[in-house]
Design a protein around this ligand. Structure first.
Ligand SMILES: *Cc1c(COP(=O)(O)O)cnc(C)c1O
Length: 395
């Protein structure tokens, strides 16, 4: 998922526009900024590229999730159903608004298992937050159906699937709100940054204020703005937006390369006996930032990981089951409720309860899964070489 691999004069030029005026902040300073509004321009480009009515840039994907949850009215006493396989940011955001992350099993899509979601619904459930992990999507028809039946909010954590789609619509624009991350390793980067996307004007207006200390942005200048609610500083800077603006224009090229490299590697790895690939609810919508594959057993998968390591070719191949940051198995801080400050005892108990449930169905999937990150810089020859090296290490 590597926009950073393609740093160029285009990014440099956009950043230079901002350096020329020295107005690094996205709001105000209308005169001295000389018509340079990189954040506004990037928000407009996000709306037109991905097909949503509103976009609110934030300082990170984590801040975007927190902002979306607040704007959707999610908070104290609410439960959010989200998968056992994600990046820690997903549950961090839930905790930051005082809600309870209800982690549930994933299936061979590597995203929420619809049956597990149904089983987890209680009278406190307020939202379902699928995470479109590793470039590809959750079963969104099933998620929408569940949310409709139970009157729940659908919030898409699409941070890892920029450029992916489901039945022709961009991931992150299908639920009540959705988020992207533009951190340094995502498909397009701002260095750091994120966005809340929505078609709901109310959610957008609240997101706009929340990321800027509650400013209503209706005053003649910042000092004259009112603060209809309490917000935070989750603002993006003009320097970051400038990088993102160059990257979003190059996104079609990034995605095309990603898809080509993914297809070529997949056809080579298909030679591994017993290999299967991740199930993708809409294969045409895979952003192809990773190729995720399974071996028949945990033992076979561990042996493959050991063989790749021994040959010095493990880099870029992720065995999430042993990973500290992406899977429930190693989230000891969450399981123990370890925070720097005191959580409300009721919240802490609920968090620990849900983090310590039985995840054997997820284990059965994740213990057999390896995801290979797709680079934009590989040549065809390098893919052949890489693919063959993986195949021969394993068989
Ligand atoms: C990267 C990521 C985030 C958080 O984004 P940051 O910009 O790094 O804060 C959230 N969710 C998922 C699934 C991610 O991969």
């Amino acid at each position: 998922m590597p926009g950073f691999e393609k740093w160029s004069n285009l990014e440099r030029k956009e950043v230079n526009d901002v350096l020329e005026t020295g107005i690094l902040m996205r709001y105000g300073f209308d005169g001295p900024r000389k018509g340079i509004w990189k954040s506004k321009e990037l928000e407009a480009a996000i709306c037109s590229t991905f097909g949503c009515d509103y976009a609110q840039l934030c300082s990170s994907g984590t801040a975007a999730l927190t902002t979306a949850m607040s704007a959707l009215g999610i908070g104290y006493g609410d439960e959010i159903i989200t998968p056992s396989f994600t990046f820690v940011a997903s549950f961090e955001a839930i905790l930051s608004v005082g809600a309870v992350p209800v982690l549930v099993d994933v299936d061979d899509t590597l995203t929420l298992d619809p049956a597990a979601v149904r089983k987890a619904i209680t009278s406190k459930t307020k939202a379902v937050m699928p995470v479109h992990m590793c470039g590809s999507m959750a079963d969104l028809d099933a998620m929408q159906q569940i949310c409709k039946e139970h009157n729940l909010i659908l919030l898409e954590d699409a941070c890892q699937s920029i450029g992916g789609s489901y039945k022709g619509r961009s991931l992150g624009t299908i639920g009540d709100a959705g988020t992207f991350s533009f951190d340094f390793v995502k498909t397009m980067t701002c260095a750091e940054g994120g966005v809340v996307m929505t078609n709901n004007k109310d959610v957008f207006i609240k997101s706009d204020g929340y990321t800027d200390h509650g400013h209503d942005h209706l005053g003649a200048d910042r000092g004259a703005d009112l603060h209809p609610f309490i917000g935070y500083n989750f603002r993006i800077s003009e320097l970051h937006s400038a990088v993102g603006l160059a990257q979003i224009r190059r996104l079609p090229e990034f995605l095309e390369t990603q898809k080509k490299n993914h297809a070529q590697l997949k056809s080579i790895l298909s030679a591994i006996p017993g290999i299967t690939f991740r199930r993708i609810p809409d294969p045409a919508g895979d952003s192809c930032s990773f190729l995720s594959w399974f071996l028949p057993t945990e033992a076979a998968t561990r042996a493959a990981v050991a063989a790749l390591k021994e040959k010095g070719i493990l880099a870029g191949n992720f065995y999430w089951f042993d990973n500290n940051w992406h899977y429930i198995r190693k989230w000891d801080h969450l399981k123990k409720g370890t925070t720097l400050n005191h959580l409300h005892p009721e919240l802490k108990a609920a968090v620990m309860h849900h983090a310590n449930k039985d995840f054997s169905a997820s284990d059965a999937v994740m213990s057999r899964c390896i995801s290979t990150a797709i680079s934009l810089t590989w040549t065809e020859e390098q893919i052949v070489e890489k693919g063959k090296a993986i195949v021969s290490a394993i068989i």
